[in-house]
Design a protein around this ligand. Structure first.
Ligand code: NAX
Length: 328
């Protein structure tokens, strides 16, 4: 029997949390032979902590063989202690009339504080994954506070966007989903993201040789993927939750499975024309469990370059909003 790993989840009583923690405890994220201890972290609000207690009770009631313990806390210093994986889902939602700049700053404060705590108390091999929006910028903010953990340990999730893009290509081509490969997301987790269809394959053939409607690829395809979150809200009256939790399972599962190539938002280091210091979606290959190398070999045509320039600009604008916060 392997030693249990510690998996911290913020916002564990929220929508995504409620879909996520049961999948983790079942073994979907780390595999059927990896026992784990869940650290459920929530905001220090009585009603929310009560709801978290209910989540923990339901985890008990599932009798998951791999689940070796559950910590419930509103104190990040307790929740992140010795955590091998820090899954940062909790964030403040955008309220009515709230400006994007205010959302960036409010969430920035959460990610500054939690980034500092993670750096101080998490396990030596800790990996941090940010889901709470604006995910790329929150990830950059958390990483900016780390003195011990290198920036490569901090990733943000664009896997939901990759999954959405894969499905849209399969539907358009009338092909089985599993035959669609190499569709990667570049840039921000926002409507400016770029699903690079020119590199995708369907049944081993270039996707563009099967879907020859370039106008559809450049227009409705990119828009549908970019605005899918809003479409889900319009239909469901609530934001994507089960699919977001599923994407986080995929993100981490791919990161612990050497050889997997998948979309992750990472510190750009100047790759693909992104500013060196923003966290941007791009393809990575998992090398050893929890580590990866960026795949830098994909060539970009003029259309792709213009899409990347737009999403890079948005990331730079977001960084400008929070620069003061990070400097403190
Ligand atoms: P909910 O509002 O249902 O849940 C968020 C939870 O976070 C709440 O229970 C809240 O109490 C908790 N929380 C707030 N501040 C906290 C703090 N300082 N420490 C610990 N917990 C805290 O939102 P949900 O639908 O679960 O979405 C969570 C986040 O994911 C949001 O920011 C959302 O925008 C973002 N998303 C990101 C996606 C992505 O692909 N990167 C897609 C789905 C989702 O929209």
């Amino acid at each position: 029997m392997k030693t249990p790993i510690r998996v911290a989840v913020t916002g564990a009583a929220g929508q995504i949390g409620y879909s996520l923690v049961f999948r983790i405890a079942s073994g979907a994220m780390f595999g059927p032979d990896q026992p784990l201890i869940l650290h459920l972290i929530e905001a220090p609000i009585e009603k929310v902590m009560k709801a978290l207690e209910g989540v923990a009770m339901e985890l008990d009631d599932c009798a998951f063989p791999l689940l070796k313990g559950v910590v419930q806390t509103s104190d990040p210093a307790v929740g992140f202690t010795d955590a091998n994986w820090c899954l940062m889902v909790g964030a403040k939602p955008r309220g009515p009339g709230m400006e994007r700049a205010d959302l960036l700053k409010d969430n920035g404060r959460i990610f500054i504080a939690q980034g500092q705590v993670i750096d101080a108390v998490a396990a030596a091999d800790a990996r941090v994954v940010v889901v709470g929006n604006p995910a790329n910028t929150n990830c950059m903010i958390a990483a900016s506070q780390a003195k011990r953990l290198p920036p490569e340990c901090f990733t943000a999730m664009v896997r939901l966007d990759q999954n959405r893009a894969q499905t849209q290509l399969a539907i358009k081509a009338g092909a089985d989903l599993t035959t669609v490969q190499n569709i990667f997301i570049y840039g921000n987790h926002s409507p400016t993201m770029f699903p690079a269809f020119a590199h995708a394959t369907i049944g081993g053939q270039p996707a563009t040789s099967i879907i020859t409607d370039t106008a559809w690829l450049q227009g409705p395809f990119c828009e549908t993927v970019g605005k899918r979150g809003a479409a889900i809200i319009a239909a469901r009256g609530a934001s994507s939750a089960a699919s977001a939790a599923n994407a986080l399972v995929d993100h981490v599962r791919s990161l612990v499975t050497p050889g997997t190539i998948h979309s992750v938002a990472v510190k750009s280091n100047g790759n693909y024309g992104f500013d060196a210091n923003v966290w941007a979606g791009m393809p990575v290959r998992t090398t050893t469990p929890g580590s990866y190398e960026v795949i830098t070999s994909y060539a970009m045509d003029e259309f792709a370059k213009s899409k990347i320039a737009a999403t890079n600009k948005e990331l730079l604008d977001e960084r400008a909003f929070v620069a003061e916060l990070m400097a403190k």
